[in-house]
Design a binder for this molecule. Structure first.
Ligand SMILES: NC(=O)c1ccc[n+]([C@@H]2O[C@H](COP(=O)([O-])OP(=O)(O)OC[C@H]3O[C@@H](n4cnc5c(N)ncnc54)[C@H](O)[C@@H]3O)[C@@H](O)[C@H]2O)c1
Length: 251
């Protein structure tokens, strides 16, 4: 699919990788909408990255069915039909399952567990269900790109996050097969590391270890991830698979 003229909806596009992808695809001639639940980040990103107002900026929580239905209906009406959905929105709530702290044992918070599942996994499910329904109703071909992570095979301290990213990779295989008869291609990108709002609270020592253990000796750049999304769009043979863009990192 050629990005020029394509109608693209990016979730979690008010910062980091999502914002970079939204701006990159706009610059390639795509018509881009962004949904994000962080209103302040939306306003900030809109004024900084989109001074000419070419991108549609919509508030909404992808983990909430009503928000998803509202956003998808609005973009469908304004754009004439979504062709590409990029499921990028996610949160990171790192902690161990249980750990001894002095005399007591601290447990993983159920609130953080549920919040991670709602945004990263249920959000991907709800958005894809709504957009695929619209595409099938309109007999319109399309593309869904899920964003997974290099830690999807498991990483200490990341129970919830790694589990959701493994699930997103699994859904990519399932949906690629289920939606192929309708002309909807499904694929995924699995980033290594790039410094964004998400990595702000990751301990510096841990980030430094990751950086030094990477065969390329550095993190990725936002441009490199945006370019990878463009590759997935343009290459119609890439389906049901996860593109690992992680500088050769292994956990
Ligand atoms: N930064 C990295 O090193 C890295 C590594 C591997 C994978 N990823 C993945 O890349 C994607 C983007 O991450 P990032 O680093 O740009 O993070 P980020 O925190 O900068 O951006 C995530 C955006 O998603 C939004 N969001 C979160 N939950 C939402 C919800 N329920 N509804 C709507 N919006 C929501 C946030 O408000 C934020 O603007 C994520 O899927 C993340 O898991 C990032």
């Amino acid at each position: 699919m050629n990005p020029a003229g394509a109608t693209v909806l990016v979730t979690g596009g008010a910062s980091g990788i999502g914002a970079s992808v939204a701006c990159h695809l706009r610059d390639q001639g795509a018509r881009v909408w962004v949904v994000d639940r962080d209103g302040e980040a939306l306003d900030h990103c809109r004024s900084l990255a989109d001074p000419r107002g070419q991108i549609g900026w919509l508030p909404g929580d992808v983990g909430k069915p009503d928000d998803v239905d509202r956003v998808v209906a609005q973009v469908e009406a304004e754009s004439g039909g979504i062709q590409v959905l990029i499921n990028n929105a996610a949160v990171l709530r790192d902690q161990t399952l249980v750990s001894r702290l002095g005399k007591r044992v601290r447990q993983h918070s159920i609130v953080d567990w549920q919040e991670t599942l709602d945004s990263n996994l249920t959000g991907t499910f709800l958005m894809t269900r709504a957009v695929a329904t619209a595409m099938i109703n309109a007999r319109r071909k399309g593309l869904v790109v899920n964003v997974s992570s290099v830690v999807r095979s498991g990483n200490p301290g990341q129970s919830a996050y790694a589990a959701t990213k493994a699930a997103v990779a699994s859904l990519t295989v399932t949906w690629a097969q289920e939606l192929a008869p309708y002309g909807i291609r499904v694929a995924a990108l699995s980033p290594g590391f790039v410094e964004t709002g998400m990595t702000r609270n990751v301990p510096a020592m841990f980030l430094e270890r990751i950086r030094s253990e990477s065969p390329v000796g550095r993190f990725g750049t936002l441009d490199e991830f945006a370019h990878a999304i463009q590759f997935i769009m343009e290459n119609d043979y890439f389906a049901g698979r996860v593109l690992d863009l992680d500088g050769g990192l292994r956990f």
